[in-house]
Design a protein around this ligand. Structure first.
Ligand SMILES: C[S@@+](CC[C@H](N)C(=O)[O-])C[C@H]1O[C@@H](n2cnc3c(N)ncnc32)[C@H](O)[C@@H]1O
Length: 253
């Protein structure tokens, strides 16, 4: 069986990505629950808990989509305030409905913005999160630099992203599921031709955990760890903004 990484890199033009998420927004949450067998919410909760936040934390959730990670943050920390950003209007509409249904309006502010140009002041936030979003960003270095900018020194970072299981038998089984069954179910339920084949293609061309952890470090984060969740189907990247200034030109872009 072909390894994921042999797949061609998908087109991540921002207008294409935003349009794709606009189209699948109404079925996005349902498909997340079905395709992950309900595990996706436990991954988000774990990410929030690993932040180890204190009282009244100020959190930025980038690529918030339908706001599940932002909502997980205020459930774990009812005194948190979260700015949740995304560039897909339709995903944000679903998010807005969920935020008001859950009575989180006073805690979660939804903002339409590109992850590479965050309209927030620098060194203000205690934590930043991205759930299954960074892989979709055309210029992830710019998004990481933006998070580094808006976090306070010592501020915490948690990024969830798909990976590939390390145990050989599980890897083969999961690879088959991810490359063939998942896109078929995704297409059937979302009625979108390509969004759920884009998913394995984008995961397949995402850097391996050690490489992505190193990229995060290059952006001035310290104590960065890549923690495998559920056999490595998902990785949780955890770190903190360092106290030293990142020298210009050292970020690799
Ligand atoms: C797979 S969804 C993840 C949503 C949510 N964080 C979650 O945990 O389910 C990816 C989201 O990233 C958003 N996105 C991708 N690139 C972006 C960018 N450059 N700026 C803002 N949002 C972006 C998409 O619109 C989409 O809502």
């Amino acid at each position: 069986m072909k390894a994921f990484r042999s797949m061609p890199a998908p087109d991540k033009t921002p207008s294409r990505i935003a349009g794709m998420f606009d189209a699948i927004a109404p079925r996005y949450d349902l498909l997340n629950r079905v395709l992950s067998a309900g595990l996706d919410q436990t991954w988000r909760q774990r990410a929030v808990r690993e932040l180890g936040l204190g009282a009244r934390p100020r959190v930025v959730d980038l690529c918030t989509g339908t706001a599940d990670l932002a909502i997980a943050a205020v459930r774990v920390h009812p005194d948190a305030s979260v700015v949740a950003l995304d560039f897909s209007g339709a995903m944000l509409r679903v998010a807005r409905a969920k935020v008001s249904a859950g009575d989180h309006g006073a805690r979660i502010r939804l903002v339409r913005a590109d992850a590479t140009r965050i309209p927030l002041a620098e060194s203000v936030y205690d934590a930043a999160t991205i759930g299954f979003g960074i892989r979709n960003v055309a210029e992830p270095n710019l998004a990481l630099a933006e998070l580094q900018r808006v976090l306070k020194p010592g501020g915490r970072l948690a990024i969830l992203e798909f990976g590939q299981p390390r145990i050989p038998g599980i890897r083969t089984l999961y690879s088959w599921y991810f490359r063939y069954l998942l896109p078929a179910i995704g297409k059937l339920v979302s009625h979108h031709e390509s969004a759920y084949s884009y998913l394995p293609a984008s995961v397949g061309t995402f850097p391996p955990p050690a490489e992505f952890a190193r990229t995060i470090e290059i952006h001035g984060f310290v104590n960065v760890r890549a923690v495998p969740l559920t056999f490595g189907i998902v990785y949780l990247y955890i770190g903190s903004k360092g106290f030293q200034k990142v020298p210009e030109g050292s970020r690799g872009f």
